[in-house]
Design a protein around this ligand. Structure first.
Ligand code: NOJ
Ligand code: MG
Length: 577
């Protein structure tokens, strides 16, 4: 009898210690490529698939095992590919389906997984589906969300209600062909799909199947919070106004002006994610390969965790953890950093993994949001905290936001401000400037005379080629971090952290007698620190990795009770047993 009771305990112990149980996606580094800006193979100033294929070896070189590509599907590019006209085809500026197949083949050779961006919330107003809807084809008319306008006291037609686009102004656009408004939570070119229509649900599952059949290893899922709107039948057949939030009172057309209780975070949205996971499991049952699902969610931790699953339903592998983007910046104290880091770890279910993200194509670069001096420190957090690491292309070399003038601004989020002075605060062009490969023309990104966005200033000294040849460079720190990350302490080890003072954040990872401490100084002050605060950290410490500003060398020995840290320095030490 007794052994029956012991069995579950034993299983827990075995699982906790097993070094073979991890799946590929749990230990790899995901690298986000924005195809338009990574590498241009044909000299038109726009990145493309063949460009990516030609640089896959670079991913291997830096220790990356998977890449998620922002959309490369055919699109009129009103939101640079997030307005998809054909979910089953490649955008012509990026190449052909054959190019995509070659990309997959090369990636397979190098054992790099390719993840695509699934944009389920909306399509394009220049798609066959939308055209058919306008022509009165019932099937496709029901793919979108239509509503009657309201006639005001002057007899003029106004949008159905006060709903706003994420990119400012009304979320409704009138179409004469059908005499109604359609909903677009993003730009006018991105009509929202109607997820209360089972045909749409099935179509999107078929999109997932189509690309799985092409060999992709998963999806990053876009704008998930916006998938469902309330059912208007619950509101007397009319979509209700959203309440005023109390924010952005000076600009009622700004998305932040309203509280989006009817257009985001609906319960049905979580269920759809679980349904997609069922499609994943369909595939896994066939070939025993786990494809990964990452969801883009900027929400409270409670809502974010629901994407993992609820009850007996399973959902995403990775709801993105944006705490290091949304909650902290270069002004934050070490305590605030600790609070942000601990948030996801605190709320996540015990059997799920955290993930770490400091940048993407929608947010300013780490060097600009924090400081160029903190680049290595932030990469240490991303690669050595417990869980999955995600790097936006260029963060490994510490790229900075590029300057893009009002005239050159193309991002709808910038353009829709109608403000030639302050547009840059909303524009996402600065973090999308071309990748900096070398000191050559256009940073080696393209041979064109003009690239789609200008190359950031200073690329002559800040690029892959230069950093490869300098021993102390962000690139080489990143490579060493990728190596270190595969040590058992970082793969399986436990975690504790502390704000040692207002400026210095430290965390410890340990497993089976291996014991590491990582220190990041967020300010220019120097300190002498007593690390014996941490249990089992005393005596001699060996320096194993340093930021480029560090005066220390690998192999230096430090005394745990008096560790010197200079301004903006970060480093990793290993405790000598
Ligand atoms: C989130 C994407 O990351 C962003 O670039 C895009 O504009 C919106 N979703 C709409 O698809
Ligand atoms: Mg090109």
């Amino acid at each position: 009898m007794k052994s029956v009771y012991l069995l579950p305990l034993l299983l827990v112990l075995v699982q906790g210690n097993s070094e073979t149980e991890k799946e590929w996606w749990e230990t790899t580094i995901f690298y986000q490529i924005y195809p338009r800006s990574f590498m241009d193979s044909d000299g038109d100033g726009i990145g493309d698939l063949n460009g990516i294929t030609s640089k896959l070896e670079y991913l291997k070189e830096i220790g990356v095992g998977a890449t998620w590509l922002s959309p490369m599907f055919s699109s009129p590019m009103y939101d640079f590919g997030y307005d998809i006209a054909d979910f089953y085809d490649v955008h012509h500026e990026y190449g052909t389906m054959e190019d995509f197949e070659r990309l997959i083949a090369k990636a397979n050779e190098l054992d790099i997984k390719i993840i695509l961006d699934l944009v389920p919330n909306h399509g394009s107003n220049e798609s066959e589906w939308f055209d058919k809807a306008l022509q009165g084809d019932e099937k496709y008319y029901d793919y979108f969300v239509w509503e009657d306008g309201v006639v005001d006291e002057n007899g003029d037609m106004q949008p159905p209600n006060n709903w706003l686009s994420v990119f400012r102004k009304s979320a409704w656009e009138y179409r004469e062909e059908v005499g109604k408004y359609y909903l677009h939570q993003f730009v006018i070119g991105q009509p929202d799909f109607n997820y209360r229509n089972p045909d749409v649900v099935e179509e999107m599952k078929n999109v997932i199947r189509f690309w799985f059949d092409k060999g992709v290893a998963g999806f990053r899922i876009d704008a998930i919070a916006h998938l469902f709107e309330v059912d208007k039948e619950d509101f007397g057949g009319k979509y209700p106004d959203e309440p005023i939030s109390g924010n952005n009172l000076d600009d009622p057309l700004n998305y932040g002006y309203l509280n989006h209780i009817y257009t985001t975070d609906q319960q049905e949205t979580y269920d759809m994610v679980y349904q997609w996971r069922d499609v994943y499991e369909e595939y896994k049952a066939k070939d025993d390969f786990s494809r990964v699902m990452m969801v883009e969610i900027y929400a409270s931790p409670q809502k974010t965790m629901k994407y993992f699953g609820e009850g007996d339903r399973i959902g995403a592998h990775m709801p993105f953890n944006f705490a290091l983007i949304s909650d902290v910046n270069g002004e934050s104290t070490a305590a605030e950093i600790k609070y942000a880091v601990d948030k996801f770890l605190t709320f996540k279910p015990l059997d799920k993994l955290a993930n770490w993200v400091t940048g993407n194509h929608d947010n300013n670069r780490v060097a600009s949001r924090y400081s160029p001096k903190i680049v290595d420190g932030m990469n240490m957090l991303v690669l050595l905290l417990p869980g999955v690491a995600v790097t936006y292309m260029g963060e490994e070399i510490g790229m900075v936001d590029g300057y893009v003038s009002w005239e050159d601004t193309v991002d709808p989020s910038g353009c829709n401000t109608d403000d030639p002075i302050n547009y840059w605060q909303a524009s996402r062009d600065p973090e999308r400037t071309p990748f900096q490969w070398s000191s050559e023309k256009n940073a080696g990104f393209s041979t064109a005379d003009k690239t789609w966005l200008p190359v950031a200033e200073g690329y002559e000294n800040l690029n892959v080629e230069v950093q490869r040849d300098v021993e102390r460079s962000h690139l080489n720190v990143y490579k060493a971090l990728a190596q270190l990350r595969s040590e058992p302490a970082f793969r399986y080890g436990r975690y504790e952290s502390v704000a040692l003072n207002g400026d210095v954040f430290a965390f410890r990872r340990w497993y089976n007698g291996e014991n590491y401490v990582i220190l990041v100084n967020f300010r220019d002050e120097s300190y002498t620190i007593d690390l014996s605060y941490f249990e089992n950290v005393n005596g001699e410490l060996e320096v194993v990795l340093t930021s480029i500003q560090s005066p220390k060398n690998n192999g230096d020995m430090l005394n745990a009770s008096a560790v010197e840290i200079v301004g903006s320095e970060s480093f990793v030490v290993k405790v000598k047993a």
